[in-house]
Ligand binder design. Structure first.
Ligand code: AMP
Length: 210
């Protein structure tokens, strides 16, 4: 099962992908998570991409494509994988079609007002990467990590200006992939408005796993 999860930031792709990957025993490959981990660990890659992520712009295609190409070549991805946040541009999609063609593309659909509501409520415990949401998954104590009691922060790319930019980048660079995969007969829409359990059920049904 080689899948792409497509959709705007904040549509819940990561949450659903994490769960499906665990249940099906295939890797969840999130380029955003890989970049953020490199930033946390202050690697060369992390230093190169930090300002780009903070602003909400896209990391250059060549760099991102190489990263994913290496990752899907790992043995754990031989039986399938979920790509979350990749591809995000037509050149990335063209490259992927050469090195790892996928079986299906799920397009997570959510209106802009709800996207902004979801993104602006996200809180993160920076050292661990644990995430919370003020509305949907609040910490036990407001503003504090459940396990360490340390402060939670708002990711730079969840600040209002960056959110606006990420949505604009999505519309311009990534939304064309909807037509790209639709015309290849690979795309299915998934309504992301319901609660995660319901969205997850719809995804399993769509994949013939229910
Ligand atoms: P995400 O967590 O998927 O929203 O990704 C966070 C950030 O990582 C994005 O705003 C981009 O700066 C960068 N990023 C993630 N995936 C890609 C990609 N496929 N191409 C370029 N930049 C990416």
């Amino acid at each position: 099962m080689k899948l792409i999860f497509l959709g705007p930031p904040g549509a819940g792709k990561g949450t659903i992908a994490t769960r499906l990957a665990e249940d099906e025993g295939i890797p969840h490959i999130s380029t955003g998570d890989i970049f953020r981990e490199n930033i946390r660990n202050q690697t060369e890659l992390g230093k190169k991409v930090k300002a780009i992520l903070d602003s909400g712009d896209l990391v250059p295609d060549e760099l991102t494509v190489e990263l994913v190409k290496d990752r899907v070549a790992q043995p754990d991805a031989a039986g399938g994988f979920i790509l979350d946040g990749f591809p995000r541009t037509v050149p990335q999609a063209d490259a992927l079609a050469d090195f790892a063609p996928v079986d299906k593309v799920l397009n997570f659909v959510l209106d802009e007002e709800e996207i902004v509501r979801r993104l602006s409520g996200r809180r993160v415990h920076k050292p661990s990467g644990r995430t919370y949401h003020v509305l949907f998954a609040p910490p036990k104590v407001e503003g504090k990590d459940d396990e360490t009691g340390e402060d939670l922060i708002i990711r730079d790319d969840d600040q209002p200006e960056a959110i606006k930019n990420r949505l604009a980048v999505y519309e311009k660079q990534t939304a064309p992939l909807i037509e790209y995969y639709n015309s290849r007969g690979l795309l299915t829409d998934i309504d992301s408005a319901p609660a995660p359990d319901e969205v997850y059920k719809a995804v399993r049904t769509e994949l013939g796993l229910a």
